[in-house]
Design a protein around this ligand. Structure first.
Ligand code: SAM
Ligand code: SF4
Length: 453
């Protein structure tokens, strides 16, 4: 087999990071090994994201750059295959081929198990090969086991979305909600643990809507799956993301109390604190519902750190609606959060609403919200100083002699320490908080874990 080199450029969420890794796995039997430099690659995959503005423009500008490399390769008598994958490919496949006819393969997120066949066809064909269908076969059944190594791993258990929030393209680009069977998830988790994973993050566009075939028949919900995963030898930490408030059922809340491996950190997007905006967004819950949910989660796990997503300037959002979002943020107190300006996505209901909020207003609201969220994050981190936290070490630190890891609340933590601790959890006394990380010192005799809230 001829050795070949593969370069993958990934935009977007953790699910795209996982998908990029799986595309790399599926191409390995064809002789493709990863390379960090696109100029060395025989194939470049752009794994794209369509969730917000200018995603497609970024793809076209990257394609322009890659075209020059492809031409240079052809001049040397070689061939570079260019593939566009992910949600931009799904949404704008035809546009990509019209504007960038030098692209060889366009494939949607449900087709990446077909990549070897598409690449083989592209190698033979003069024109491009496109596959943006939602195939009937489940792609996971056709993928090799992950080639992953390292202390932390992602594992996609659910894909797609049936919720149709007014602003979001996911139901159109990722298709209907689908859950992988529990046995397949457990098998992949065992494989990851055997390759050194200690922490597994379960992924899904609506991960807590997961309802998969149980190993003995019937259906499991996420709480059942978490309990089964927590019992696997070698597993230290579990997380899941991203959740919808409507799918936080009683048993999942109880799992935060009952499963010690489930880390005390939850990303639970709320988008807005205004009931009027939540209704126009089609979120199907109120601000009060969200606050009650947080109360119940904190009753189950008092040290639970919270994260969320916010959109400012959704069509029709008034100053009073935005003030309600700030009030919700103050009421919850987030350990961290992501906030975005509303970006009209072609084909979604919100994009067709005439009452769009001006860019200037969106900018001002985003700045105000981010100031508040940054202050809350800083307060959360400052509260960690002086405490002892269990840190899972994941790699070397920025400076010689340093190692880096993650706290239970996903904060990056840097300490002076030996590299043999990478892959292990150790107690760290936190000595300083920085804007996006903590630093500390290893504690010889582990003290009792204390949370930062
Ligand atoms: N399923 C998750 C949920 O229900 O919250 C969110 C998944 S979405 C891929 C990630 C985040 O992108 C959303 O929570 C939202 O805040 C943001 N987002 C989605 N569409 C957007 C848009 N049109 N403009 C701005 N932000 C958007
Ligand atoms: Fe998009 Fe999440 Fe709403 Fe689904 S639930 S439409 S993924 S924001």
């Amino acid at each position: 087999m001829t050795p070949r080199r593969l370069h993958v450029i990934t935009w977007g969420c953790q699910m795209n990071v996982y998908d990029s890794a799986r595309m790399t796995d599926v191409l390995a039997p064809l002789g493709y090994a990863p390379t960090a430099r696109p100029e060395d690659a025989d194939m470049v995959i752009l794994n794209t994201c369509h969730i917000r503005d200018r995603a497609a423009e970024k793809v076209f500008s990257e394609l322009g750059r890659l075209r020059r490399l492809k031409v240079a390769r052809a001049e040397q008598g070689g061939r570079m295959i260019l593939a566009v994958a992910g949600c931009v490919a799904q949404a704008e496949g035809a546009e990509i081929l019209a504007r960038a006819p030098y692209v060889d393969v366009v494939l949607g997120p449900q087709s990446y198990h077909r990549l070897p066949e598409l690449v083989a066809r592209a190698a033979r064909a003069a024109g491009a090969v496109i596959d943006t269908e939602f195939p009937v076969e489940a792609k996971f059944d056709f993928l090799p086991p992950p080639g992953h190594t390292g202390p932390t791993a992602f594992l996609t258990i659910q894909e797609g979305c049936d919720k149709f929030c007014s602003f979001c393209v996911v139901p159109y680009t990722r298709g209907a909600e689908a859950s992988r069977p529990a046995a397949a998830v457990l098998a992949e988790a065992r494989h990851l643990l055997a390759r050194g994973a200690r922490e597994i993050t379960l992924l899904g566009q609506n991960v807590n809507a997961w309802a998969g075939a149980a190993p003995g028949g019937g259906t499991w919900r996420l709480a059942d799956l978490l309990a089964a995963l927590a019992a696997l030898p070698g597993l230290l930490r579990l997380r899941y993301t991203t959740s919808h408030p409507r799918d936080m059922d009683d048993r999942l809340i109880a799992a935060h109390r009952d499963i010690p491996a489930l880390m005390p950190f939850l990303h639970l997007p709320v988008q807005s604190g205004s009931d009027r905006v939540l209704a126009t967004m089609n979120r199907r819950h109120s601000a009060a519902d969200y606050l009650r949910l947080i109360e119940r989660l904190r009753a189950a796990r008092p040290d639970l750190a919270l994260s969320s997503d916010f959109i400012v300037g959704h069509p029709g959002e008034t100053a009073a609606d935005f003030a309600a979002t700030l009030a919700l943020v103050r009421a919850v107190g987030f350990a961290q959060a992501y906030s975005f300006k509303y970006s009209p996505r072609p084909g979604t209901p919100a994009a067709a609403v005439p009452a769009q909020v001006s860019e200037a207003e969106k900018d001002a609201r985003l700045a105000e919200l981010q100031t508040l969220l940054r202050a809350q994050q800083a307060a959360f981190s400052a509260a960690c100083v002086g405490r002892v936290l269990p840190v899972l070490f994941t790699g070397p630190g920025r400076h010689p002699g340093q190692i880096a890891g993650r706290s239970p609340a996903l904060q990056p933590v840097h300490v002076g320490g030996p590299t043999h601790l990478i892959g292990a959890e150790a107690a760290v006394k936190i000595t300083a908080a920085h804007p996006n990380s903590l630093s500390g010192t290893l504690v010889a005799t582990p003290e009792k874990e204390r949370a930062c809230a």
